[in-house]
Design a protein around this ligand. Structure first.
Ligand code: CAA
Ligand code: NAI
Length: 243
């Protein structure tokens, strides 16, 4: 049991990669707070995952909502050992057509959301002298992707934030790393035109998309003490799509 007695917050874990991570962390002994916008899916996820799963409806884009999440976790358990900043959205459009709203919505969730959650959680990690922060970038943020000006900007920014926090928080006993998934079988990719998805799949040397569990296993490694000397690192879990 690699996460015995640990308490984790995983944002966006009602579904997709976050849900697989909640499942994986619970298998390894952690208690998991599912911090998700979607009330129905969140409640169902907590029910399916059993006794050590708790749902707290949260909008990561909203500072007050994140404050209330952190207060709930501290009240219930007195500790936060792991934060996985996994929640993310897409609003794809070609640059020439992208609206101000599409641009801003993605920044609010994918970028401000990570800032809010980390800033609210770190005082507790600093006080404990222990913590694991795992952020989520994307192949789109590393190499760029047609139709994703907004999303790629946030996912590239996450890498810079991770490295900055690694420099600020290392001496406080807090590891900060980022996972950069490739195209992974979740609702997010189901919104893509099938022709473009097929084109992406065909250029992956492993000749398949990632599964949510492939990414969850990378989160698990970085959340565990096996990765205690891995810091400020970008872990590509993408079947080598852009190698
Ligand atoms: N590579 C090269 N060319 C592309 C392309 C690509 N990936 N995607 C679109 N194009 C081309 C089209 O073939 C088309 O070319 P022509 O003008 O010569 O016909 C042109 O760009 C315009 O494309 P559309 O006709 O599709 O334009 P649209 O305005 O109707 O739609 C779009 C644009 C919304 C961006 C749509 O193309 C789309 O959804 N593309 C997929 C975007 C994508 O890859 N999103 C990833 C979602 S999953 C995710 O984000 C997870 C992650 O981290 C990876
Ligand atoms: P998904 O769309 O399947 O699930 C995202 C979850 O986040 C949903 O449960 C949703 O309700 C929740 N969410 C959305 N907005 C929220 C908000 N404001 N506050 C709290 N929760 C919110 O997405 P998926 O595919 O599981 O993605 C997880 C992460 O992985 C995202 O950061 C995404 O950008 C990233 N990623 C995904 C890839 C993929 O191909 N699926 C590839 C690379 C990165």
């Amino acid at each position: 049991m690699r996460l015995n007695n640990k308490v984790a917050i995983i944002t966006g874990s009602a579904n997709g990669i976050g849900y697989a991570a909640a499942e994986r962390f619970i298998e390894e002994g952690a208690s998991v707070f599912i911090a998700d916008f979607d009330e129905k899916m969140g409640a169902q996820a907590a029910h399916k995952l059993g006794d050590r799963a708790y749902f707290v409806q949260t909008n990561v884009a909203d500072r007050e909502s994140v404050k209330s999440l952190v207060a709930t976790v501290i009240e219930q358990t007195g500790q936060i050992d792991i934060l996985v900043n996994n929640a993310g959205i897409t609003r794809d459009a070609m640059l020439i057509k992208m609206t101000e709203d599409q641009f801003q919505q993605v920044l609010d969730v994918n970028l401000s959301g990570v800032f809010h959650c980390t800033q609210e959680v770190i005082p507790h990690m600093i006080a404990a002298g222990y913590g694991k922060i795992i952020n989520t970038s994307s192949v789109s943020g590393i190499y760029g992707n047609v139709g994703q000006t907004n999303y790629a900007a946030t996912k590239a920014a996450i890498v810079g934030m991770t490295k900055t926090w690694a420099k600020e928080l290392g001496r406080k006993g807090i590891n900060v790393n980022v996972v950069a998934p490739g195209f992974t079988e979740t609702e997010m990719v189901k919104k893509m035109p099938e022709k473009i998805l097929e084109q992406m799949r065909s250029i992956v040397p492993l000749q398949r998309l990632g599964t949510p569990r492939d990414i969850a296993n990378a989160y698990l490694f970085l959340a565990s003490d096996e990765a205690s000397y891995v810091h400020g690192h970008t872990l590509h879990v993408d079947g080598a799509i852009m190698m």
